[in-house]
Design a binder for this molecule. Structure first.
Ligand SMILES: Cc1cc2nc3c(=O)[nH]c(=O)nc-3n(C[C@H](O)[C@H](O)[C@H](O)COP(=O)(O)OP(=O)(O)OC[C@H]3O[C@@H](n4cnc5c(N)ncnc54)[C@H](O)[C@@H]3O)c2cc1C
Length: 224
């Protein structure tokens, strides 16, 4: 079956960190998504239009525009490097929304780097319906300067926003990787949902630790 494509204009591009962009674009009529979902995006130019990459919607479905938060890899000379040159008025192509992560009850959200993106939309949605209490975020990054939307996440989650840095010791932040002892310290009750999204090595380590701590496989929701 032919995939439905929508050409949308870029409305704004902003740098959120040294290597992360926030891109706001037009929303096609009747386009909608479930918080946590992604789509295949490409740049509407002759060379790049078939170079499709997956990115997650970070706004709310009811907003009149679409938003994405994108970590760029200039060294790869791929799509995200090209997105660094994007200007308002340029065109992108998006396809249908899809994705494995959606909210399925309160729990602990464990994100590494750009793996935070599905959780941003989910948290915004939960806040908009007054249901964010009881959810906790453990957010792993290399350094403080890598943390995406740090203040926004603190505003949304308060003390339930826990940052851990693997490459930098900063007062008030946890240091190291998300290990089994770390999870045991941070999590009070293990009979809840676990949402995990991040680089593959982190996903493997975290799911193994959760399993060792007695969390049932069907309580763990992963974006693979
Ligand atoms: C369902 C889904 C949703 C996603 N949502 C988002 C999102 O919302 N935001 C976001 O930023 N990303 C997201 N990603 C990841 C994103 O798709 C990739 O980062 C993107 O495809 C990279 O495209 P590229 O053309 O620049 O690099 P490509 O050439 O396609 O490179 C592919 C991958 O190589 C890896 N890589 C290779 N070399 C390096 C290096 N030196 N340093 C670091 N990594 C390296 C990266 O992990 C990169 O993902 C998502 C992925 C999936 C599967």
């Amino acid at each position: 079956m032919e995939t439905l494509e929508h050409t949308v204009k870029v409305l704004s591009v902003e740098k959120l960190t040294h290597d992360v962009l926030q891109i706001v674009m037009e929303k096609p009529d009747d386009y909608t998504f479930i918080p946590g979902q992604a789509t295949e995006l490409s740049i509407n130019s002759q060379y790049w239009r078939e170079e499709k990459r997956a990115f997650t919607f970070t706004g709310l479905p009811e907003e009149p525009y679409l938003e994405m938060i994108i970590k760029t890899y200039p060294a790869l000379k791929g799509v995200t490097n090209e997105l660094l040159k994007l200007q308002p008025g340029n065109e992108l192509i998006i396809r249908e929304p899809w994705g494995a992560i959606s909210y399925n009850g309160h729990g602990v959200f464990i994100a590494g780097g750009a793996g935070i993106t599905p959780f941003i939309s989910i948290f915004r949605h939960l806040a908009s319906i007054n249901r964010i209490n009881g959810n906790r975020l453990i957010f792993a990054n290399k350094t403080k300067s890598d943390i995406i939307l740090e203040n926004k996440l603190k505003d949304l989650l308060g003390n339930n926003c826990i940052n851990i840095l693997s490459h930098e010791k900063v007062a008030g932040y946890h240091y190291g990787f998300i290990t089994k002892p770390f999870l045991k310290d941070q999590i009070e009750a293990f009979d809840q949902k676990y949402y995990v999204c991040g680089p593959p090595p982190m996903m493997t380590a975290v799911t193994q630790s959760l399993s060792d701590l007695g969390v049932a496989n069907d309580s763990v929701i992963l974006e693979l």
